[in-house]
Design a protein around this ligand. Structure first.
Ligand code: ADP
Ligand code: MG
Length: 696
């Protein structure tokens, strides 16, 4: 079997040429299959008496997998040509290129008869040479490519693009048959096309005249070759068929693609001769091998992680189920099942997915999203956040308009977060989008309550249990004269978001650059004063934090600070008898601030022999350890650990347990006094617990 792809700009006459070629080859006794690859789906019309046939993509959409049969999409046309039509989505939705890929997948899986076919001809739209429309250019498909063009610059421009596309699939084997000049009838047309043809080094295999016979035969549903076999037009079409037959048995006559540069195309446009200007050839720019990016994270994932924290919000992941699965389960299996808010609903019940499949990526996923939104509304969801993944982004699903439309129809709040993966940046961008959008639900209150404070950010505590608010934090806030208003978005419901604007102050739950920027944006828009210091961990941080509260509120907290300091020292003195003089190696991730850790080790009389940062987060590597007094090394081996023989290795990741010594996992303490004392007590016990039981 010899496969030919006929490319060209839309409306240039591809289908007319292709149908004529198929007819001629078939009527001469060869077995021919014609496959239309244009959403216009009129490629085979002239072979089917003017009728358009059912398209493969429509068929795949309507027919369950188990009922699909190749015969249902193959129609027999004039002279026995087998006709197949890809079809495609409505203009403006989905992805036609993806559709072509889907059709090829189907034809391949059904083993479209190759033995019985001499020629398979693809009629392909060449305006967009995206990955989908380029499938026929791939290895295993077109053995020869012909490009239909007229003298109009835009059709030559498209021809040049097709050559560029072909260059991307070039394996060195010559595959270009040549140009077919389908005349428009402009003056000097042939000369103009010949200038281009010489530049790209291709023959013009035939000049098809502009002829009213084409319209005549089309009106009666025939090819010119069939209706007017003796016409000049038919003769020019026979010439193309002959060229194909000749090159199919002499493939060495085919050429390699040599598209022109933009400058050369500019000369073509101006009618200047480009023959011999080899320097004007287009060169494909290949990325150097080492110039590659590692994927950092995904905006969609950040958005889902934060949206699912808020009680009373239902999150819809608009994308394939695998995306939703990754976001809810695979990064942290526990969070998927954990009931964050004590309302009996684990995360998997708070997140649903539109489950986009291949058909929705071709025809658009808006109907699925609409159906799911309505289903959630029937289940009495008050607020829905719709987060779009890469697929809807690539195919252009407009979730913003749909959300506002359905919001009006259903009378519920539907918040679109279009973070379409590739274009939307990393997880922090997704987090920011969702946090800012949700914060718009807060009441704008001018008279703020100076005894109220919001905690901003993710709410992390030592044990990671989010279902109870940490008493250590509540106590800390009380000591400072505050009542906790809400924890946004880490531990709140819709009511909590609404009342966020009542508090005069806010404090970040932890120190992190992206969280700080987001919190500043939220607080600025609501007129809330954001503290510089985050919730404090460790005594020195507590003192600094209290001092800032004093400054902000004018409250005199010096007695409170003295009282806390003496409580801290009293509690530590009791633990110190077990820890004094012990030695430790500290292994941490580079991304966290551990000043509280080194401070408390010092206060407990534990000597740090060496600290090391793991390679856990490769993108952040190279940042110095926070304790500059301790010798720092980035490659601590078991041998080093043996040589230094510390009493304990403290590490914040599971990966370092291979060091053959007593090992203790550092969990971040709760902010406030009680958090740090609890932490110190646990560490004190660790020196005495039997090593075998350390995992507890
Ligand atoms: P494409 O498949 O590239 O979109 P078509 O083959 O459908 O283009 O052609 C578009 C129109 O131009 C058709 O109505 C066809 O009859 C007409 N046409 C094509 N070639 C000629 C020609 N050489 N002379 C007159 N009309 C032509
Ligand atoms: Mg066509």
């Amino acid at each position: 079997m010899f496969q030919i792809a006929i490319y060209g700009k839309g409306g240039i006459g591809k289908s007319t040429m292709t149908a004529n070629i198929s007819y001629i080859l078939s009527s001469e006794g060869r077995k021919v299959t014609q496959i239309g690859c244009d959403p216009k789906h009129d490629s085979t019309r002239l072979l089917l008496g003017g009728r358009t046939q059912n398209t493969v993509l429509d068929y795949l959409r309507k027919t369950p997998k188990e009922n699909r049969k190749l015969e249902d999409v193959v129609f027999e046309g004039s002279a026995g040509v087998r006709c197949i039509e890809a079809g495609g989505p409505e203009p403006g939705v989905g992805c036609a290129g993806r559709g072509i890929l889907t059709m090829f997948d189907f034809l391949d899986s059904e083993n479209l008869d190759e033995k019985g076919t001499d020629y398979r001809i693809y009629d392909v739209l060449g305006d967009v040479v995206c990955g989908g429309f380029a499938v026929p250019l791939r290895k295993g498909y077109a053995d020869a490519v012909y490009i239909v063009t007229s003298g109009e610059f835009m059709s030559l421009y498209a021809a040049n693009n097709i050559l560029k596309g072909l260059l991307n699939y070039d394996d060195g084997r010559p595959r270009v048959g040549g140009l077919i000049l389908n005349s428009r009838g402009m003056t000097g047309e042939e000369e103009y096309v010949r200038n281009f043809a010489d530049g790209v080094g291709l023959p013009i295999v035939s000049v098809v005249p502009r002829d009213p016979l084409f319209a005549d035969s089309e009106a009666s549903g025939f090819t010119v070759a069939e209706a007017y076999p003796d016409s000049e037009a038919a003769e020019s079409l026979h010439k193309i068929a002959k060229d194909i037959v000749m090159k199919s048995s002499n493939p060495e006559m085919l050429r390699n693609p040599h598209p022109l540069s933009d400058d050369a195309m500019d000369m073509v446009a101006k009618g200047l001769s480009i023959s011999g200007c080899s320097s004007l050839e287009y060169r494909r720019v290949r990325n150097p091998v080492n110039d590659c990016w590692s994927l950092k994270s995904c905006a969609g994932m950040g958005a889902v992680a934060y949206s699912k924290m808020v009680q009373g919000v239902h999150t819809i992941v608009h994308g394939p189920t695998s995306c939703a699965y990754m976001m809810c389960y695979s990064t942290d299996l526990w969070t998927g099942f954990r009931d964050f808010h004590g309302d009996g609903r684990p995360v998997c019940q708070k997140v649903s997915c539109t489950a986009l499949d291949d058909s929705s990526s071709v025809f658009g996923g808006i109907p699925q999203l609409r159906r799911l939104i309505r289903k959630r509304a029937e289940l009495d969801d008050e607020c829905i956040v719709v987060i779009s993944m890469c697929v809807p982004g690539i195919i252009g699903d407009n979730i913003v308009d749909l959300c506002s439309e359905e919001s009006k129809n259903l009378g519920i709040r539907i918040i679109p977060i279009p973070v379409d993966g590739i274009g939307a940046g990393s997880a922090s961008n997704g987090i920011r989008s969702v946090v800012l959008k949700l914060s718009e639900l807060a009441d704008h209150v001018d008279e703020k309550d100076s005894s109220l404070i919001n905690i901003m950010g993710e709410y992390r505590t030592s044990t990671n249990h989010m279902s109870v608010l940490d008493e250590s934090v509540v106590e800390l806030l009380e000591e400072a004269g505050f009542r906790l208003n809400t924890v946004f978005p880490g531990f709140c419901d819709l009511e909590g978001i609404r009342r966020m604007g009542r508090a005069k102050y806010a404090v970040r739950s932890y120190d992190e650059r992206n969280n700080r920027i987001t919190c500043e944006m939220v607080c600025n828009s609501l007129g809330i004063e954001l503290m510089c210091n985050p919730l404090p961990r460790g005594m020195r941080e507590i003192e600094a934090w209290m001092a800032e509260v004093s400054e902000l509120t004018g409250r005199n907290l010096s007695d409170v600070i003295i009282k806390m300091r003496s409580e801290y020292e009293r509690s530590l003195a009791a633990i110190r008898s077990r820890t004094e003089g012990k030695t430790a190696i500290v292994v941490t991730r580079p991304s966290s601030d551990y000043s509280w850790l080194f401070e408390i080790l010092e206060d407990l009389g534990i000597r740090v022999l060496r600290s090391r940062q793991t390679t856990y987060n490769r993108w952040l590597m190279g940042q110095p350890a926070c304790d500059d007094k301790t010798p720092y090394t980035s490659d601590l081996t078991s041998a080093d650990a043996e040589e230094l023989s510390p009493d304990i290795v403290l590490s914040d990741s599971q990966t370092d347990v291979s060091l053959r010594t007593r090992h203790w996992r550092i969990l971040t303490p709760s902010p406030g006094m009680r958090g740090i004392i609890d932490w110190a007590e646990r560490l004190g016990r660790a020196f005495y617990a039997p090593e075998m039981e350390m995992w507890r």
